[in-house]
Ligand binder design. Structure first.
Ligand SMILES: NC(=O)c1ccc[n+]([C@@H]2O[C@H](COP(=O)([O-])OP(=O)(O)OC[C@H]3O[C@@H](n4cnc5c(N)ncnc54)[C@H](OP(=O)(O)O)[C@@H]3O)[C@@H](O)[C@H]2O)c1
Length: 294
């Protein structure tokens, strides 16, 4: 049988898709006008980016998952996405704080990808104390984001890795009464002092934190955890999108994940538009909180 003159080219895969996502992120950070020129993509002001040419199924799924982030360009770039990796029974860690690991390896890679695509990663004091995280992108290629710790009372130890490892800048959000001590730890220019709001039951108003970060040129923000912090972002209406990664595991009476305002009737319950994606054995729920009627 005669050989074909030219073999059909194989569809592109993740090894091409992920660098493309990082490239789009770097262009956004540089303030470049959104454009697909020279890239295997199409761009339109209404529809955002679309893959051009042949891509394998895994790459098309990953692009669909990140498209809402990648489409945030120019004046539209300011955006907040959160995540929680939880068990089937709604826990993000055991009762004594062990969360290594709730999710499978694909879920962990997903978190590192979100870090790489966002300008800043935010965690609460509980996570910073219990996990001593680095909040870097060591599982994927891509830049480390600026790290932000919400620690109103400065209870995270000064020796925590985010303050000492030098892998990326760390900003510290605290109550103004601790601002001087915070400045001694991270430098005055890296302290965001925000007064608690009586109207928010003494919580820090996260809209002020988000505005302060945007004011520093950090447009795309990633709230990584834990449950108290992500829930506060949802309750205060400061989250645009939430990725809930549900793992097929049951923990029982552990650290709770999402805790939103109580609905007395089902018609009052939050029911945001949702998409699902398989990440290994985990199921990722991508929730569009801005489109939620409540
Ligand atoms: N599975 C996952 O996806 C995941 C992700 C991250 C962490 N984790 C796990 O989650 C656990 C920690 O989570 P957590 O829910 O207990 O704590 P957390 O959300 O990490 O931190 C909560 C604390 O942060 C401060 N805080 C955050 N937002 C605030 C606001 N708006 N106003 C005032 N203070 C604010 C408060 O500190 P003060 O208490 O000092 O007032 C609050 O108690 C750890 O076990 C960690 O391993 C799991």
């Amino acid at each position: 049988m005669p050989l074909p003159l030219s073999a059909p080219s194989a569809p592109r895969g993740l090894d091409a898709l992920w660098p493309l996502c990082v490239d789009l992120t770097e262009r956004r950070r540089r303030g470049a006008t959104a454009s697909a020129a020279g890239l295997p993509l199409a761009w339109s002001a209404n529809g955002g980016y679309a893959l051009d040419g042949e891509w394998d199924a895994e790459s098309r799924a990953l692009f669909a998952l990140f498209k809402p982030l990648l489409d945030r360009q120019g004046d539209d770039a300011r955006w907040v996405v959160g995540q929680l990796g939880q068990s089937l029974d709604g826990c993000i860690a055991t009762h004594n704080g062990d969360s290594f690991f709730v999710n499978g390896p694909e879920g962990l890679v997903h978190v590192h990808r979100l870090r790489a695509l966002c300008d800043a990663v935010i965690v609460g004091a509980g996570t910073a104390c219990l996990d001593n995280p680095q909040l870097t992108t060591r599982r994927v290629a891509g830049p480390n984001p600026t790290r932000v710790v919400i620690d109103p009372n400065l209870r995270v130890p000064a020796g925590a890795r985010v303050f000492t490892d030098g892998q990326a800048p760390t900003l510290l959000v605290c109550d103004p009464e601790h601002a001087r001590r915070a400045a001694a730890r991270v430098g005055a220019d890296r302290v965001i002092a925000v007064t608690r709001s009586p109207a928010l039951q003494g919580q820090i108003p996260l809209g002020e934190v988000v505005a302060a970060l945007h004011g520093r040129g950090l447009d795309l923000l990633f709230v990584e955890g834990g449950g108290v912090t992500v829930s506060q972002f949802v309750r205060q209406g400061c989250l645009d999108r939430l990725h809930l990664l549900v793992a097929p595991v049951m923990i029982g009476a552990g650290h709770p994940g999402l805790q939103v305002r109580r609905a007395d009737a089902m018609r009052e319950a939050l029911r945001p538009p949702a998409r699902t994606f398989a990440l290994g054995t985990d199921l990722l729920w991508d929730l569009d909180l801005r489109a939620s009627p409540a």
